[in-house]
Every structure is written in structure tokens, then in C-alpha cells.
Design a protein around this ligand. Structure first.
Ligand code: XUL
Ligand code: MN
Length: 347
């Protein structure tokens, strides 16, 4: 029998966070990048995700030669530690230039800033050895519908994507949809929207998607179905597994924390579609709960990976022949109970 696939894992420096929320200050001291970097391998992870300013802090105040110098120094550190860079992503939602949106801002100077910063982010990715540019379109949407045109915004997004595709013939864009937060309504809320947008670009083969569990749930959709949908198009190039307790603020809970059955179904479709066989990583976009003590600051990352691996075992030991039999008999009551008892440990 062929050896079952093994998975590669990653997280970003922002996933070791300090517990601040809009209603209160941080609850843990910040950890340095160096400390986070050193924990990665110890936790059994293989790669790190980088916003452009995770890779080069205070990026806006630096000359391009300085940015390149710092990216090269980071690449050396990554190589020395045996850590890969999974992706880079322009963090376009912090800057004063993007208050009214980045690629879809009503201000042409803001749009240019967003594009210039994205092209620079592609260059950083190239130095770090990744061709994957993740685009979470945080401020591409509206607080009030009358302030922008949806059709014009699609055109502006496609124009921005085309500039990125032309800038580097190897780069692949992975759009990370999210329906809301920080915006009231985002222009690219689901995987269907992301893949439809890909069709309008100058090189649709290089435009794909990243699915985040919590973002699917915020859109009222089933994460496993979204994964299946993207993989039916060969377009799932990265994944942010986490969890989310319904239609609330973006919670980024540990994987499986709110809905273990949904987590099982996500793992089952990943297994069925052989996610990872083209080098794709399992990334956990998770955060510690606000009350977490400093000594437990890494538990959410360790736990998410452990839960994932346990669910891989559960997916592999799920009696698929029995499933087919029950489907054939249209005995969905028995199928439902079979899933529950399998997850409870009674096989
Ligand atoms: C925001 C989110 C981001 C992206 C990376 O909800 O998920 O952290 O994953 O830019
Ligand atoms: Mn994410």
C-alpha cells in the first residue's frame, strides 16, 4: 500500500499574539520575532508565513535597497534554521494611505501605493524563496454602499492583479476571501467570488485561492464544501485552518475548538483530494484566547496541529466501505450516528 501522505505545517508571527481586542488592552507581553522564530521547529512546524512587514519591519520608512538587504538577511536565517517561507502578503490595512481602501480606494494615489507595495512584496517573496502571494483584501469593500461602485471595484481589483502578474512571471496569487470585518461588506466574500475574479485576469492559471475556516463560517458556508469547491478547480493553494463559533467577530479559535465534526469533515476532504501533494502547507491562522497566561502562549498552535493529526487518523480509519453501503441504502440516520461514534472513539 502507498505510504499515506504526510503534511507540512506553518503559522505566521502574528499568530503568537498578545490578547488585545477593541475593548481592552493586551493581556500578555509581546514576544520578539527571534523568540517566535525559535519556537517554530520545536512545535513541529516547517514553515512561516510573512506579511511584508513581518519580513521587513517598518517597511514603509525604508529604501528599496534596505528592504532587499533585510529580506536577504532573513532568507539566510531561514536557510540556516531549515525553515521555509510559505508565502508573503502585503499588509495593506494598517497604513494611513489605505483608510478608504487599497486597490479599490477612491483616491488614485492610495491605489498606486497599494500596487507599489504589492510589487515590492512579490520581490520579497522571491528573495525568501516563495512564489505565493496571499491577498487578504481587508479594506476592499464598503461601510456604506453609496461610497463605491461594485463593478468599478472589480475592475480595479483585476487591474491590480494584472500588474502583479506582469511584474513577475512566476508569482501565483492566492486570494483569501472574507465576507466582512473590518468592512461591513467585502467585495470578495467567498471562494466562488475569488475564482470568478481569476477568470477576468490576464493569466487565470496563476490566480487561485486560500481558504480560511473562520471566513467560510462568517459567510454562512460550510468550510469543507468550500475546500471541495476550490479543489475541484485545482485552485486551493493554501489553507488557514482555525475555528469560529457562528456569525460573530472573527474568532480564529484553535482548529476543532468550536465544531469537531466540521473539523473532521475539513480533514476528510483534504485527504480525499490529496491536499499537500503539490507542496501545499497546512497553516493555522489561530490566536490564543484573551485570558491565556503567558506560559501557555503557544498552546493554541500545538493543540491545533495535534487535533489536525488526530483527525487525519480518524479520516483514515473511517470505514468508507460502510459509508458507501449506508449511502446506497439511503440510511442517513445510521451514517450520522456512525460519524458521531467514530469521533467519540467507538469504532
Ligand atoms: C484576517 C486574516 C489574515 C490573513 C493574512 O482575517 O486571516 O491574517 O490570513 O493576511
Ligand atoms: Mn487568514
Amino acid at each position: 500500500m502507498a505510504k499515506p501522505a504526510s503534511y507540512k505545517f506553518c503559522f505566521g508571527p502574528w499568530n503568537i499574539s498578545e490578547g488585545g481586542d477593541p475593548y481592552g488592552p493586551t493581556t500578555r507581553p509581546p514576544q520578539t520575532f527571534d523568540w517566535k522564530f525559535d519556537q517554530l521547529k520545536k512545535l513541529g512546524y516547517d514553515a512561516m508565513m510573512f506579511h511584508d512587514d513581518d519580513a521587513v519591519p517598518d517597511i514603509d520608512g525604508k529604501s528599496s535597497s534596505q528592504v532587499i538587504k533585510e529580506a536577504k538577511a532573513l532568507k539566510k536565517r531561514l536557510d540556516d534554521a531549515g525553515i521555509a517561507a510559505e508565502m508573503t502578503a502585503p499588509r495593506l490595512w494598517f497604513s494611513p494611505q489605505t483608510i478608504d481602501g487599497a486597490y479599490t480606494s477612491n483616491d488614485p494615489k492610495a491605489r498606486q501605493y497599494a500596487i507599489d507595495r504589492s510589487l515590492q512584496c512579490i520581490d520579497i517573496g522571491k528573495i525568501l524563496g516563495t512564489d505565493l502571494l496571499v491577498l487578504w483584501l481587508a479594506r476592499e469593500g464598503t461601510y456604506l454602499r453609496e461610497s463605491k461602485s461594485g463593478k468599478k471595484s472589480v475592475e480595479l481589483l483585476v487591474k491590480a492583479f494584472d500588474k502583479m502578474l506582469a511584474h513577475d512571471k512566476k508569482v501565483r496569487l492566492a486570494i483569501e476571501p472574507k465576507p466582512n470585518e473590518p468592512m461591513d461588506h467585502a467585495y470578495v466574500p467567498t471562494i466562488g467570488h475569488a475564482l470568478a475574479m481569476a477568470q477576468l485576469t490576464s493569466d487565470q492559471k496563476r490566480v487561485g485561492a486560500l481558504i480560511e475556516t473562520a471566513h467560510c463560517i462568517l459567510a454562512g458556508l460550510d468550510p469543507a464544501d468550500e475546500i471541495d469547491f476550490a479543489m475541484a478547480f485545482g485552485k486551493l493553494w493554501s489553507l488557514h485552518l482555525n475555528d469560529q463559533n457562528g456569525l460573530k467577530f472573527d474568532q480564529d479559535k484553535p482548529f476543532g475548538s468550536a465544531n469537531l465534526r466540521s473539523a473532521f469533515n475539513q480533514v476528510r476532504v483534504l485527504e480525499r483530494n490529496k491536499y499537500g501533494s503539490k507542496g501545499e502547507y497546512i497553516c493555522f491562522d489561530v490566536h490564543p484566547f484573551r485570558p491565556t497566561k503567558v506560559e501557555h502562549t503557544l498552546a493554541h498552535l500545538d493543540n491545533s496541529r495535534r487535533t489536525f493529526l488526530r483527525l487525519v487518523e480518524k479520516a483514515r480509519s473511517f470505514d468508507e466501505a460502510k459509508v458507501s453501503q449506508l449511502i446506497g441504502e439511503r440510511d442517513y440516520q445510521a451514517l450520522d450516528q456512525m460519524v458521531i461514534e467514530h469521533l467519540l472513539g467507538k469504532d
